[in-house]
Design a protein around this ligand. Structure first.
Ligand SMILES: [Fe+2]
Ligand SMILES: [Fe+2]
Length: 179
């Protein structure tokens, strides 16, 4: 089963996910893209799942406005293709922190392995705006990822914590009832 966070659509089976899957199926089967499963992005969410979340909501929003949903989906899936554990990453002397450099690393990896259009390049390279204040989005699809990336990051951090808190609350209430 392949789903974006907060969505019920099974992207491998459901009719609703068909166009999205058609746009990104080659990337979803690619070894390098799947390698993102080896790294955690936020909480319990892997880098692959985070990129899938961002890619799917990029696609949904851009489809809604008849913008370039294909580029939004593909660049969304590649936007964090930096391929290392950023929690333990130590920049070399004079090198900037992960937050400032990883978009460039992801773009380099993506460009070396896939055909990347100018729009997709802009989406990947500038998704960290406004942290990267000089990487100003040139296209509306890039503005979409700027917002969607932060929204997904928030969901990925908050939802698992709420689930854990819910389980603890449930255990306490069961104990109280049986006391
Ligand atoms: Fe990122
Ligand atoms: Fe991201």
């Amino acid at each position: 089963m392949l789903k974006a966070i907060g969505s019920k659509v099974d992207l491998l089976k459901d009719e609703k996910g068909k166009t999205y899957y058609y746009f990104v199926s080659d990337l979803l089967e690619n070894e390098l893209v799947l390698k993102m499963n080896d790294f955690i992005q936020h909480g319990d969410t892997t880098c692959f799942q985070h990129c899938l979340n961002v890619s799917y909501y990029n696609y949904k929003i851009c489809s809604l406005f008849s913008w370039n949903a294909r580029a939004a989906a593909r660049a969304g899936l590649l936007h964090d293709l930096f391929l290392y554990d950023w929690h333990t990453y130590k920049p070399d002397k004079g090198e900037r922190l992960h937050g400032f450099t990883h978009a460039g690393t992801a773009l380099k990896n993506a460009s070396e392995n896939f055909y990347i259009s100018d729009l997709e390049k802009d989406i990947i390279e500038k998704h960290m705006f406004p942290l990267n204040i000089t990487a100003v989005p040139r296209y509306r699809e890039t503005l979409v990822i700027v917002l969607v990336d932060k929204y997904c990051g928030l969901l990925e951090t908050v939802i698992p914590r709420m689930k854990k808190a819910g389980k603890v609350f449930h255990r306490i209430s069961v104990r109280k009832r049986s006391a």
